[in-house]
Design a protein around this ligand. Structure first.
Ligand code: ME8
Length: 521
């Protein structure tokens, strides 16, 4: 078994249906998981839903169902999204599961045993309607000077009993962590923000609530439920069987990568490592805060009427084109914009016209002009140069960039390999060699066949279904599709030896239709 590699996404709030941001994060994590598997690692990939807390309780009340009913229904949409988008998760965790309660309570007990939890009073501006505290700085005032929450609801100064976590004690250890492990928070811009924040000093954190009960009970403290972030973050441990520290936990913890969005970096890089330090649990290697996806440059919101259902996009354009677009278009870590036109333009130019067309042309010519037969051939320098270029794009550049989570740059390197093949087809013009030099035609087509196999294996983590369709068509066995297969010098001879002919190819990357009405999302 390969080296263990544990990757997680954030667990989503199922207080609405999944949006494009959820799809983006799941797809990026899936590309990483598939890529790491292709490198031979023993991957554990976890995603799930974050079902407790005020947001869920409020939403349930609004819709007239119990929080339990709401979370059962809504989490099923997130599971469906993952399944529809070909997300190869190993564990889908729900924080309402019994085992999760047991896991969070054990984390709590350990922090308490450390002396890091104490009971005190929480004071602040509280909105009963919102069931939330606000900072003085967030408040507005009505015409009569009465204070209002950002939601426009009345607030009153409230004092509540709450458990506190001694976060202040961890400022120095956290700064040491960031300084000694620059990879812990990525990208660098986010790391700098977090460092500035912690350097400013940390206040102890209120970690229990008495104003509602939809959460994990604080052990031995009636009436208190845990602050939802303590509960949510612990999911990464629960999914490995914690508090049982043998088995999966021993194998996969600490996580290699928590992949999350930029808005929740602080929770994952300040609170989470502090909780883990307190409980004497090893820290994850890296937290990566990806950027936000914007709809034509705008945040999606119900009031703007521009909320996109990612599954509708997948249905309209195909799962793989959507996955390709998202990984290709946006420099990972930065914000990015999408629109149906951008998806069509990008996927048609690169997937359909450059790569798909190459595959289709070459396989059709092998089928028609060579009866689909693969055979040995003698190559020229031109063939060798092409293969070396494709090999280096697929074996060196793409993996190097993907390992660093630079997906767009990795795909760019891959596209250079595709362009090299297209330039080679045009120069060699195998169609005109058919009569004049059939041996050379064969050598050209078979060289391209070899290049296509490499290019397809390399891009498979991004477009898994289409890539496997091509690899099926060209008869590459399922266990010879990882990155190690790219360096197997004998694969082609082994393939020839099977004697299996190629059939008529069917296109794996059809052209997409440009939307007629370009005015709306
Ligand atoms: O934050 N573009 O859940 P969530 C890209 N339950 N990513 C986006 C996005 C967008 N427009 N909008 C949101 C939570 N995200 C917590 C997490 S983890 C222990 C608890 C990302 O449903 C967001 O940054 O609001 C987060 O990583 C994920 O989607 C889930 O967001």
């Amino acid at each position: 078994m390969g080296e263990p590699y544990y990757i997680t996404t954030a667990i989503s709030y199922p207080n609405g249906k999944p949006h494009i941001g959820h799809a983006y994060e799941a797809i990026a994590a899936d590309v990483i998981a598939r890529f790491q598997r292709a490198l031979g690692r023993d991957v554990r990939f976890q995603t799930g839903t974050d079902e407790h807390g005020l947001k869920m309780a409020q939403k349930a009340r609004e819709t007239g169902v119990s929080p339990r009913e709401l979370s059962d229904e809504m989490s099923s949409y997130f599971i469906k999204m993952c399944d529809d988008l070909d997300i190869s998760y190993d564990v889908f965790i729900r924080t309402t599961e019994e085992r999760h309660h047991a896991s969070v309570q054990e984390l709590w007990r350990r922090m308490e045993a450390k002396g890091d939890l104490y009971l005190d009073r929480y004071e602040g501006w509280y909105s009963i309607r919102d069931e939330a505290y606000y900072d003085e700085s967030e408040l507005a005032a009505d015409e009569g000077g009465e204070k209002l929450s950002p939601q426009g609801t009345p607030v009153e100064w409230t004092v509540e009993e709450s458990w506190f976590f001694r976060l202040s004690k961890y400022a120095e250890p956290l700064l040491a962590l960031y300084n000694e492990n620059p990879q812990f928070i990525q990208p660098d811009g986010r790391r700098n923000e977090v460092m500035r924040f912690v350097e400013g000093g940390l206040r102890d954190l209120s970690v229990s609530r008495t104003s509602f009960d939809w959460g994990v009970k604080v052990p031995g403290s009636d009436g208190h439920v845990m602050y939802v972030w303590v509960d949510a973050l612990a999911n990464y441990l629960t999914g490995l069987g914690f508090p049982d520290e043998s088995g999966d936990f021993a194998r996969y913890w600490p996580a290699n990568l928590h992949l999350i969005g930029k808005d929740i970096v602080r929770f994952h890089t300040v609170y989470w490592p502090a909780f883990l330090m307190s409980a004497d649990i090893a820290l994850p290697d890296q937290v990566f805060g990806h950027g936000f996806l914007l709809n034509r440059g705008q945040k999606e919101s119900k009031s703007l009427g521009n909320v996109t259902d990612p599954l509708e996009l997948a249905e309209r354009f195909g799962v793989d084109p959507l996955r390709y677009f998202l990984m290709r278009e946006v420099a990972f870590g930065q914000d990015g914009s999408y629109s149906p036109e951008a998806i069509v333009t990008r996927c048609n130019a690169e997937l359909a016209n450059s790569y798909g067309n190459l595959v289709q042309r070459v396989l059709s010519m092998i089928f028609k002009n060579m009866d689909g037969t693969l055979e040995t051939f003698s190559s020229t320098d031109d063939d060798d140069v092409l293969l070396a270029a494709v090999f280096s794009a697929c074996r060196d550049e793409l993996p190097r960039e993907f390992e660093a989570l630079n997906f767009s740059a990795g795909i760019d390197a891959w596209m250079k390999g595709v362009f090299a093949c297209n330039a080679y087809v045009d120069e060699q013009a195998p169609w005109s060699l058919r009569k004049t030099d059939p041996d050379r035609m064969k050598a050209v087509l078979l060289t391209l066949f070899m290049a296509i196999r490499d290019l397809t294996i390399a891009i498979a983590p991004v477009v898994p279904a289409s890539a496997h369709k091509v690899l099926d068509q060209i008869g590459i066995p399922a266990d010879q599709r990882d990155f190690a297969a790219l360096t197997d010098a004998d694969w082609y001879m082994a393939r020839v030896a099977t004697g299996e002919k190629l059939g008529a190819p069917s296109p794996a990357f059809p052209r997409l239709e440009m939307p007629e009405d370009t005015g709306t999302a």
